[in-house]
Write a protein that binds this ligand. Sequence first.
Ligand SMILES: [Zn+2]
Ligand SMILES: [Zn+2]
Length: 256
Amino acid sequence: MFDTHAHIHDRAFDADRDAMLARARDAGVERIMTIGTDLAASRAAREAAVRYGLDYSIGVHPHEAKDAPENLAAALDELLAEAGPKPPRAIGEIGLDYYYDHSPRDVQRAVMVAQLRFARERKMPVVFHQRDAFDDFRTILHEEAAGGLAGVVHCFTEGPEQARILVEEYGLRLGIGGVLTFKSAASVRDAVVAVGLDHIILETDCPYLAPVPYRGQRNEPAFIAATAGVLAETLGTTRDEVIRRTTATAKALFGA
Ligand SMILES: [Zn+2]
Ligand SMILES: [Zn+2]
């Protein structure tokens, strides 16, 4: 399995990171991408990736958009230059979050656009975060990436209509995590049925959003097996088939 969205460098794992990664290996997780959320966290993601043999991404999350440097492209280029033989696999997570509104919305939009342009110029895939901002998110995609782009909308929590728009109009993948297993998430299950297995990749978003039966606990990559199981049930297929095809899709997006 490929956990395409984790925050392994997060403080939540400081006490037991080695044991936690051993549990992931034992559970059959072969690949993990640890995701940057601001410039410092992107550097921490790279350090964890080098140390533990992970993939990583660099980018500024909408929560942190208010602290992004004025010349964000130059700062990202600096991160690329520092990376040497271990380049990031994606730009992210970037996007809009109007649920928390930790940064002003106009700043969120500007920071998303700057990073989306950067990713397209560098021909890198994008990891998007979108919460309660679908219309503005779609407008930016329409203006900046009408021809489609390589990327994933991680932690997808909306319904079939939004899923179809992201997949069919923009060629994006849906990152499906623990929310799929929540009793209340019938619309997410309808969405995965609507778009089908070939447009889905698996993620944990750990340490957040643990799937049932671990809900409420600190999440970790080993728990991704529970999400794969529910995805198989939802689509009427086997867990092995889910794992095989989501892994292939993720490798096609982020590199083998
Ligand atoms: Zn996110
Ligand atoms: Zn995340």
